[in-house]
Design a binder for this molecule. Structure first.
Ligand code: FES
Length: 218
């Protein structure tokens, strides 16, 4: 097998490592594709955020670039009417339940949602989907960091860091669908759980859900 394949993304000819996922090839070549849930080291992406859609010549429907392995002569488009509509809908659904007081957010200016909005010309405040009332109690029990579920986008990157990088397994998803949350076993506080406070979850969070207390704005 060749070590490299030749592909085209948005009319640019690119040499990509065989077996690599399309999302990382695009990003490594400064071609932006919105993404929240993908982790480079992870063999199979959850593909849960539904933001990284692209069109591939010969395929009837858009596909998620975080799950698509590059192949020789692949021709990819990162923008089209269909793609833009899919990304906009996924983005609006994510934001329908998101705490948008950005000025008070520890991740303000360094937030993946703000980046996606800027790159794709999307609004952070949307009116299309109605928010659901939930309990969003902040868990500030760890010494140096806290978890604010009202800012969580359920990308699962913190869970991956906790399990695979730290090897702990203190947090996971609970419930399903619109009731999904990230929590500890039996919902105890992080300090009461098996969390070692290694802070890899904070480093992995692309928004302001897991944050350092020193970065809190108000
Ligand atoms: Fe591909 Fe989330 S990054 S679906």
């Amino acid at each position: 097998m060749n070590d490299y394949v030749n592909i085209t993304i948005d009319d640019r000819k690119i040499k990509a490592r065989a077996g690599e996922k399309l999302l990382w090839v695009a990003l490594d070549n400064d071609i932006y594709i919105p993404h929240l849930c993908a982790v480079r080291e992870k063999e199979r992406s959850n593909a849960s955020c539904r933001l990284c859609f692209v069109e591939i010549e010969g395929m009837a429907r858009p596909v998620t670039s975080c799950t698509q392995v590059v192949r020789e002569e692949m021709v990819v488009r990162t923008r089209s009417t269909r793609i833009d509509r899919l990304v906009k809908t996924a983005f609006e659904l994510l934001l329908s339940d998101h705490n948008l007081s950005c000025r008070e957010c520890p991740a303000n200016g360094n937030c993946e949602l703000q980046k996606i909005a800027k790159e794709r010309g999307l609004k952070l405040r949307q009116k299309r989907f109605k928010a659901i009332e939930r309990d969003h109690t902040v868990d500030d029990s760890p010494d140096e960091f806290a978890f604010d579920p009202s800012r969580c986008v359920l990308c699962g990157r913190c869970i991956w860091a906790d399990r695979e990088e730290a090897g702990v397994g203190a947090i996971g998803f609970a419930n399903r669908g619109i009731n999904s949350v990230i929590t500890t076993f039996e919902g105890v506080s992080l300090a009461e759980s098996i969390c070692t406070q290694c802070k890899l979850c904070v480093e992995a969070c692309p928004v302001g859900a897991f944050y350092y207390k020193k970065d809190k704005k108000a």
